[in-house]
Design a protein around this ligand. Sequence first.
Ligand SMILES: NC(=O)C1=CN([C@@H]2O[C@H](COP(=O)(O)OP(=O)(O)OC[C@H]3O[C@@H](n4cnc5c(N)ncnc54)[C@H](O)[C@@H]3O)[C@@H](O)[C@H]2O)C=CC1
Ligand SMILES: O=C(O)C(=O)Cc1ccc(O)cc1
Length: 290
Amino acid sequence: MSAILNKVTIIGVGLIGGSFAKGIKQAGLVEEVIGFGHNDANLQLAVELGVIDSFTTDMAEAVDGSDLVFLAVPLGAMKTVLAEMKPYLSSKTIITDGGSAKSSVILSAQEVFGELPENFVPGHPIAGKEKSGVAAADEALYVNHRVILTPTEKTALSALAVVKQLWLALGANVEVMNAQQHDEIFAATSHLPHLLAFALVDMLNEHEELGDVFKYTAGGFRDFTRIASSDAVMWRDIVMYNSTAIAKWLKYYGQAITELTELVENKDAQALYTLFDEAKKARDKHIVQK
Ligand SMILES: NC(=O)C1=CN([C@@H]2O[C@H](COP(=O)(O)OP(=O)(O)OC[C@H]3O[C@@H](n4cnc5c(N)ncnc54)[C@H](O)[C@@H]3O)[C@@H](O)[C@H]2O)C=CC1
Ligand SMILES: O=C(O)C(=O)Cc1ccc(O)cc1
């Protein structure tokens, strides 16, 4: 594929930014990928792993002449980096991101720039893993995964088209929706299960009477709790920036647990069977085995 962009800047060269960078570099979509961060050793490793071509800790150098800036920092750092780059950004530079919640990033952009930039294309790849950091970056991370773009009413169609083209070239399936709908859906399908996994591991860990309980876990526990090994900063920030929707779905889940507890205490075999069977049928129908 021939290059469609000259310079792409990655702000936050970890799993998500690193995988995006490596993918677009290997696909030949860009002449030069520069990484920005605060940790020289991490950025040097990114160069050695072929994730980026070069790095800088100077924001002016990072965004100067850049065609596209990809923000891949924890949600709590999005506003800071937007404010840091603002003085050096050209109005032509496309700004996009990979944050797990979208309304908060849009609000940050609005606050930093005064009005939403035309070249701002908020996004979220629905692909990742419990490992963070550039060492886990993988150019194939996004293949056959969905990427949700949540353009604002100000987003230019031309900017949306460029961002879409990059994700498609990385093998992703791109879908467009509004940010509020995005945040509601992913509170239910992603944020809630991560919190449940953290809570389960934490609860068992604190019940000392169970002794060395993790020694006695089987595959089911492993499957259910893999995501409890995810990064604490990232997940703290997701909760901080999508708390309303997450709290709502946690409460629904709490009600479901209360109802289930009653069925268990009452040994209601018929109701338990129906609940398990309906869940199994729904999962078997909708979740394709990999
Ligand atoms: N890990 C996952 O599975 C997924 C994560 N996301 C989102 O992608 C974003 C990045 O997540 P990961 O790549 O997993 O995290 P990561 O921890 O692997 O990478 C984040 C990078 O940002 C850097 N960073 C933090 N604050 C910074 C600042 N103020 N300025 C410059 N660099 C800074 C860190 O040093 C690190 O290199 C988050 O917003 C997360 O919600 C989205 C989809 C999946
Ligand atoms: O590890 C997993 O299976 C995930 O679900 C990764 C993930 C984490 C956060 C996102 O916003 C999207 C994907």
